[in-house]
Write a protein that binds this ligand. Sequence first.
Ligand code: C2G
Length: 128
Amino acid sequence: MRIGITYGTFDTLHYGHINLLRRAKEQCDYLIVGLSTDEFNRLKGKRSFLNYEERKQLLESLKYVSLIIPETCWEQKKDDVKKYHVDTLYMGDDWVGHFQDIGCEVVYLPRTEMISSTKIKEAIQNNV
Ligand code: C2G
């Protein structure tokens, strides 16, 4: 069984996230999502519109997602790969080159253009 993992904030879940999760799940049998906690988001310099539980609830409804674990720091990837016997880390290609030596294959998938959580939040705030 091929085990994959990906990490992210997944705020205001949108089709860019769905494309990534779908493409990752096409390449593995079991896909783990390391979901950034609200505290880790602050470390990442991000304030999500939805809190951890709300973002988790949305991801849990997706058929592509097998397991959700909290992402609390940048450094946990290597331990997660060991703990969950991960074969491949999948990330959008805006992360190319960021994740070396974490103990598994790293596959970068094309980022979906024209959509982002930031755009959605701006649209909500501007009431457009
Ligand atoms: N993504 C995408 N297309 C978009 C937006 C996001 O493919 N239009 C991908 C990103 O490349 C990432 C995943 O969806 O692989 C989650 O994106 P974010 O929620 O923005 O996560 P990020 O802030 O990149 O956090 O340790 C890794 C970090 O937690 C990643």
